[in-house]
Design a binder for this molecule. Structure first.
Ligand code: BGC
Length: 390
């Protein structure tokens, strides 16, 4: 009896120890979870027809947001964001593979350069010298020309710290590339932080006087369902004025007050609310395809917010740029393939491209886009996701 009593005590003691041991690793797991850090991985995404290797980087923060970027064009191919129930879904238009990006891309997700948007007839002059750029949009130059920064292979370098996954893309653009003067060294940094914010920073230098205006051309559809239009998204833009355009979408040079026009987004308004209004500017743009002159230039400030009421997804954009091009996907025409089948239909994505004004080299009253040797061009834009329910 005495022996078995001692035995039971021993058994109890051993069980308690075992329990304690089990507790140990569980605690360790918990502390590993609380110490989770952002990650960044890379893999091959194939080769361009001229044999250049293209890599795909995957950036992931601790909240669960994931961004995929390829070194071809610095293209963001996928970007997940949470809805009101915490469900992460891809909210940017893109393709399935490199071949499709090379075959025909309306700038989905790409870095745009050297010059975002149009330059009239591709012409400008600097210090009395005339330059002729390629014309690739009717009579005008658009988004860097035939082979802009959206179609070159960038060098990619990744790093992480406890707050962010960071991808630095670099590219050297040769003197005369696309008709632009000066050898240009460019760095674009995608920094995905744990607050579901992507900060895009641009830097450039040139060895000759030149022009530069870089931007990011992601097409968003916050519903996560690309068969839906973006007309129900509610947009606000902190701008009292916008830039009217001529028939070829070149700014006329005026800044027009948005009051009483379909271009007034100072309070949140569904994109579709007035897009079909009888308005000469909307006819010219086939909808919204204009630059807004943002309020409070010269500072980094919040400039636009988009809310998708059904999913509750909210995107807030801040920038130090003077303008934003709001393009409502008016040229999507049901011909480009959607991943998983189907095609991208009219107005199923919108772009908000932070930048200097279009055609600035030919508009002396617009903020300057001239970059001198020895100067450094810098620009910064953040895209912050959260949710909003009414
Ligand atoms: C321009 C549109 C153009 C589109 C290209 C936008 O930035 O403003 O006019 O069609 O890019 O997909």
């Amino acid at each position: 009896m005495t022996f078995s009593k001692n035995h039971s005590l021993l058994l109890l003691f051993s069980m308690a120890m075992l329990l304690l041991q089990c507790q140990g690793p569980q605690d360790a797991n918990e502390s590993m979870e609380t110490k989770a850090t952002p990650t960044l991985t890379s893999q091959s995404y194939g080769k361009t027809p001229d044999g250049q290797e293209v890599a795909e980087f995957t950036l992931r923060n601790t909240a669960g947001m994931e961004l995929k970027v390829i070194t071809y064009g610095g293209i963001i191919t996928s970007w997940t964001a949470p809805d009101k129930d915490g469900k992460y879904e891809n909210i940017v238009l893109g393709y399935d593979n490199l071949e499709q990006y090379i075959a025909s891309n309306p700038y989905f997700g790409a870095i745009i350069g050297r010059y975002g948007n149009r330059i009239a007839k591709g012409q400008f002059s600097l210090n009395g010298e005339n330059f002729q750029l390629e014309t690739n949009d009717g009579p005008n130059h658009l988004h860097g020309g035939v082979k802009g920064f959206d179609k070159v292979v960038w060098n990619g370098q990744g790093e992480t710290n406890e707050n962010a996954a960071i991808l630095t893309l670099t590219y050297t653009s040769a003197d005369g590339e696309g008709g632009y003067p000066g050898t240009m060294e460019i760095a674009v940094v995608y920094k995905l932080d744990n607050d579901n914010q992507l900060i895009v920073s641009y830097q450039a230098t040139s060895d000759k006087t030149t022009i530069v205006n870089l931007t990011q051309h992601s097409y968003f559809n916050l519903s996560g369902d690309f068969s839906q239009t973006i007309l129900d998204h509610e947009l606000s833009i902190d701008a009292d004025k916008f830039l009217p355009v001529d028939e070829t979408l070149i700014p006329t040079g005026e800044l027009t007050d948005v009051s009483g026009t379909p271009f007034d987004f100072r309070s949140p308004k569904a994109i579709g609310k007035e897009v079909e209004a009888e308005d000469e500017q909307l006819v010219r743009g086939k909808g919204y395809d204009h630059c807004w002159a943002l309020n409070n230039p010269g500072s980094f400030r919040k400039v636009a917010t988009v809310v998708h009421p059904t999913s509750g997804r909210q995107l807030e954009i801040a920038t130090d740029e003077p303008g934003i091009q709001f393009y409502g996907g008016n040229f999507l025409d049901g011909t480009l393939p959607m991943p998983g089948g189907g095609t991208y239909a009219y107005r199923t994505g919108f772009c908000l491209e932070t930048q200097h004004y279009p055609d600035s080299p030919n508009q002396p009253d617009f903020p300057s886009v001239v970059l001198e040797p020895g100067q450094k061009y810098t620009s910064k834009t953040s895209f912050k996701f959260s949710t909003k329910t009414n």
